[in-house]
Write a new protein. Structure first.
Length: 614
């Protein structure tokens, strides 16, 4: 009989595991713009350190790859080195015994395919094509380029009005983004190397909640130029705001009775109350922008023809959004009780609340619109709400917080199920959804595993309502007739936010990118304003003279992140009142002090000082 022993971690093994965690945090905090060959070389060395060394491809091949990449970085390589790297990596990928070897080689091959020009540039000039245009990670990842360290520092000094003014220099929707922004800025926050990213959106909300009325800057002298903005969503209103500040005369044409686009008609009150959205819109309109509501623009059948606007205005910005649902393409989807998520949320935005009391609801889709529809259906009294998604829950594109909130409110996620057919009764009313079970399979080009067919009979899921939330398209017919280029249901741009630059016609937002985030729509509006200003013969500068507090030189000990909390699920499902609580003064003070001020330290010193203009 063999003796049993209790195996405990040695001190060295514990330290190695801590180093692995430190390495993971450092990778997470890697800013965009690093030299891709340098990064590849570093990862390759890490992979080499993990190999057992038993097979020749790993033991010798990876070492040779390391030397070849070092030659490129050190200026000792020739153009003949590139095919040698490719040949060596391919041999390793095809002959290595384990995943460590063939995945390391595959990573090098992927890099050669993706940034071969960088290899050539290193070899021929000794320089890297990549450079840190914006060395502060959070600012680099904010589509609108907001000075995040600046307003976080202002919050820490309780200068909330200055914080909102600084945000508004690059983003005229500080209130809306404080409540619903997807905060991509937090993804590479360098604070990850210490503990966890700064709660940037939470600090923005604290600023807007405590700033009161913050006046907008004065407009520049009138230029005499007229610009039409078609579509009053976040992209259109952002462009209109900056163009008006530059001194141009802007008129916004909006098809519906309220401005805000999907901010108003797509995001329910429990996430963004309409009175808070109105704060942003009223501030934007206070610059003197003219608005024509309930006005359709298009061909002769519409109230205003596009050709008329071409004659009347010096430039036109198209930001009509994506407000029509995509179809499921399955039998039975024309049955009574099958509704689109966009029209469903639009009715709620208009105050038309359907009664779902006792209804069984299925929501098809996995994005933020699907989650908004799901949580709204619960608040309308639905007996049961299920989300049908053809991939796994972890592959859903909705914000993780939104998914978890929906589950906490009673939603069931039916992952790996694809809609097959909608059953209806003799009256044409929905009675059930048939769904095909799926198996997760190989990765697609976006890095998500594809769902594959599973040889199982379809599941029958009884329901009374089906809400379709699988994406949106634009209504482009009238504009296509006017000669604007359309491809794959979106406007085609020649340059950043320009459709036909020589004609003064520009486009941006969801009608160019497809359904995207609020902050990206705002960023395209800001970019379009700069392009239109240049097209009109000007080069106005939007600047801010707000003095940013100096960076603290004290220590930054590890400290937990302050997360936002919500009302109890059993209470919040009863109404459409705001769910999320803001930070307390103590929480905001602590969270703002966690900022490492990367605008002054680290890569930030390369900037040579902060410049508040664009």
């Amino acid at each position: 009989m063999s003796r049993l022993s209790i195996i405990t971690k040695s001190k060295s093994q514990s330290i190695v595991e801590e180093l692995y965690k430190d390495l993971e945090r450092r990778i997470i905090a890697s800013p965009p713009g690093l030299c891709p060959i340098d990064v590849s070389s570093s990862f390759l060395k890490l992979c080499h350190a993990q190999t057992c060394g038993k097979c020749v491809p790993c033991r010798i091949g990876l070492s040779q790859l390391e030397h070849l990449l070092e030659d490129v970085l050190n200026g000792d390589a020739t153009l003949d080195t590139i095919p040698l790297i490719e040949k060596t990596a391919r041999v390793i990928a095809e002959t290595a015994d384990c995943a460590i070897g063939f995945e390391a080689a595959r990573m090098v091959l992927k890099g050669l395919e993706g940034f071969r020009d960088d290899y050539i540039e290193h070899i021929t000039t000794g320089k890297c094509l990549c450079h840190l245009e914006q060395p502060v990670p959070c600012v680099a990842l904010c589509p609108a380029g907001v000075d995040i360290p600046g307003y976080v520092a202002l919050v820490s000094k309780e200068r909330y009005q200055d914080a909102v003014s600084l945000i508004r220099k690059d983003n005229p929707f500080p209130v809306a983004c404080a409540y619903v922004c997807e905060h991509p800025c937090e993804a590479r926050c360098r604070r990850n190397m210490v503990d966890a990213p700064i709660n940037i959106r939470g600090l923005k909300r604290f600023a807007v909640d405590h700033a009161g009325n913050v006046p907008v800057p004065k407009c520049s002298s009138p230029t005499g130029k007229k610009v039409a903005v078609i579509g009053g969503g976040p992209s259109g209103l952002s462009a209109a705001y900056y163009l008006q500040l530059m001194g141009h005369s802007v008129t916004v044409y909006e098809q519906r009775q309220k401005l805000g686009g999907m901010l108003y008609y797509g995001i329910p009150n429990y996430r963004l109350p309409k009175d808070l959205l109105d704060q942003d819109i009223n501030a934007i309109l206070s610059t003197g922008i003219q608005v024509r509501l309930n006005t359709s623009v298009g061909d002769e059948e519409n109230q205003v023809s596009f050709d008329e606007l071409r004659k009347e205005y010096d430039a036109i910005y198209l930001s009509i959004g994506a407000h029509t649902d995509k179809k499921l393409g399955i039998p039975g989807e024309e049955a009574k009780g099958v509704i689109s998520a966009v029209s469903f949320l639009r009715d709620i935005g208009d105050g038309k609340l359907p009664d779902f009391t006792g209804k069984r609801v299925i929501v098809v889709g996995g994005g933020n619109v699907a989650m908004d529809a799901t949580r709204s259906a619960i608040r309308l009294g639905a007996e049961n709400v299920s989300v049908l998604y053809r991939r796994r829950k972890k592959d859903m594109t909705a914000l993780p917080d939104e998914i978890e909130a929906a589950i906490a409110e009673g939603t069931e996620i039916l992952e790996l199920h694809a809609p097959k057919e909608i059953e209806q009764n003799a009256d044409g009313q929905v009675t059930a959804m048939y769904a095909d079970p799926k198996i997760i399979g190989l990765m697609d080009s976006a890095g998500r595993p594809r769902p594959g067919d599973l040889n199982c009979p379809p599941s029958r899921i009884p329901c009374d309502i089906v809400i379709v939330a699988i994406g949106q398209d634009i209504v482009y017919g009238p504009f296509e007739h006017a000669g604007l280029p359309i491809k794959r249901n979106t406007f085609q741009v020649k340059e950043s936010s320009a459709v036909i630059g020589t004609d003064g016609i520009f486009a941006g937002g969801d009608c160019v990118t497809g359904p995207s985030t609020v902050i990206r729509a705002i960023a395209t509006g800001k970019t379009a304003a700069a392009n239109i200003d240049t097209y009109l013969g000007y080069h106005h500068i939007i600047s801010s003279d707000i003095e940013i507090p100096p960076a603290r030189l004290g220590d930054h000990p590890a400290c937990g992140r302050v997360n936002m909390t919500e009302r109890a699920s059993q209470d919040r499902i009863k109404d459409f009142n705001l769910c999320e609580y803001g930070m307390s003064s103590e929480e905001a003070a602590q969270e703002s002090r966690r900022c490492l001020r990367c605008d002054h330290f680290g890569y930030g010193v390369l900037k040579g000082g902060r410049v508040h203009e664009w």
